[in-house]
Write a protein that binds this ligand. Structure first.
Ligand code: GLA
Length: 405
């Protein structure tokens, strides 16, 4: 082959592979991201050893097969910058640096996420990325990072600055050419559903941190019901590649998280409440990011987190966030449109006592033909569609029904 032909061939390959990378970037998070994050359970204890063990557990316990993919390092991984201003991992907890962790996580068929902040310091008070966005994005890409959670502690309140700072990092991530999911975390304070996608975000937190409690009735601490209620009215902003994020799942924590535990005296939630946490997050097309210690996860938590039918609803290609179609006497019904004309309905008992009753699917819930089958997912029962759904739900319990042809 002549030199000119060789050059033309290489240029062609470079153009094709960069077009491929651009395609991958523009299609990131076509369905809500699924994974694990170190924050609520481990906080400052996140380490190389822990991340390897969590990755192994995720493969061994079936979560990877169920669709969980990202292992996300949250706050407190860095000890500052080196002489060239590159971020450096804590030398005790990450003796081999972050790239070694990324290589290990990738060898398990999983992806690695990391955390920084749009200010000089993170929420935990360690080094953030302000003023170093391009260098940090480049460093993350070189390490093999696949996901960045970008926090907003110690940053100005106004939305213009928030947008500018988030876009700066969003652009920096894109210009690395590596597909890196961009998770915006300003806690819903500046209505990020209106601008986060334009800043390059693939998901954006919609509320303050979720706590391991059903309902806190305390403005400072948001429980499952408070966070859930705040998803109302913003469904239209969620869709493929850009998701409302009502924060991480409490399933399996049982009050053992540190900051997530605040306000509940260490008890955590009941089994029904964890079931509802998971089912509602699936209905809402929310990111499914688990926090508990996967090395010692309770059987019932694992069963819940790997429920195939609920995950299929969460990961449905249409990418619709559920909306409320009925709310009365502590009963709430949500509806999520699914691909192939299927729908999912979730009946939630918000009261603290058992509720029994019947809905007429047509008159009360607007579910008419052409559906022929309905599966009650927690009961694991599929039946020919009837005109009535009879439910018995314990306190804070829900059931999810999938209607199909
Ligand atoms: C904020 C975020 C949390 C977590 C902590 C870490 O509170 O909302 O999810 O990342 O910071 O300090």
């Amino acid at each position: 082959m002549k030199l000119s032909q060789k050059i033309a061939t290489s240029l062609f390959i470079i153009t094709i592979s960069s077009a491929h990378a651009q395609d991958q970037i523009s299609q990131l998070c076509a369905t809500p991201p699924m994974g694990w994050n170190s924050w609520n359970f481990f906080e400052q204890r996140v380490s190389d050893k822990l991340l390897r063990e969590i990755s192994e557990a995720m493969v061994a316990n079936g979560m990877k097969n169920a669709g969980y993919e990202y292992i996300i390092i949250d706050d407190h991984w860095t000890q500052g910058r080196d002489k060239k201003n590159r971020l450096v991992a804590d030398s005790i907890r990450f003796p081999n640096g972050i790239k070694a962790v990324a290589d290990y996580v990738h060898s398990k068929g999983l992806k690695l996420g990391i955390y920084s902040d749009a200010a000089q310091f993170t929420c935990g008070g360690v080094t953030g990325s302000l003023g170093f966005e391009e260098l940090d994005a480049k460093t993350f890409a070189e390490w093999g990072i696949d996901y960045l959670k970008y926090d907003y502690c110690n940053a100005p309140e106004d939305v213009t600055t928030a947008f500018t700072r988030y876009k700066k990092m969003g652009d920096a991530l894109k210009s690395t050419g590596r597909p890196i999911v961009y998770s915006i975390c300003e806690w819903g304070q500046r209505k990020p559903w209106l601008w986060a996608k334009a800043a390059g975000g693939n998901l954006w937190r919609t509320t303050w941190d979720l706590r391991d409690v059903w309902q806190s009735n305390n403005k400072e601490l948001t429980g499952i019901m408070e966070v859930f209620d705040q998803q109302e009215g913003i469904a239209q902003y969620a869709g493929p590649c850009g998701w409302n994020d009502p924060d991480m799942l409490m399933v399996g924590l049982y009050g053992k998280g540190a900051s997530s535990n605040a306000g509940n005296g260490g008890k955590g939630c009941s089994e029904e409440e964890y079931k509802s946490n998971f089912a509602l997050w699936c209905m809402l097309a929310s990111p499914l990011i688990v926090n508990s210690d996967l090395r010692n996860i309770a059987t019932q938590s694992l069963q819940l987190l790997t429920n195939k039918d609920l995950i299929a609803i969460n990961q449905d290609k249409l990418g619709k966030q559920a909306i409320t179609i009925y709310k009365k006497d502590s009963l709430q019904v949500l509806k999520k449109e699914l691909s192939n004309g299927n729908i999912a309905l979730c009946i939630l008992n918000r009261s603290s006592t058992t509720k029994t009753g019947t809905f007429n699917t047509g008159k009360d819930l607007n579910v008419f033909k052409p559906y022929t089958m309905v599966k009650a997912i927690f009961q694991n029962k599929t039946q020919k569609i009837k005109t009535r759904i009879t439910y018995t739900l314990r306190a804070h319990e829900c059931e999810v029904y999938r209607f199909s042809n």
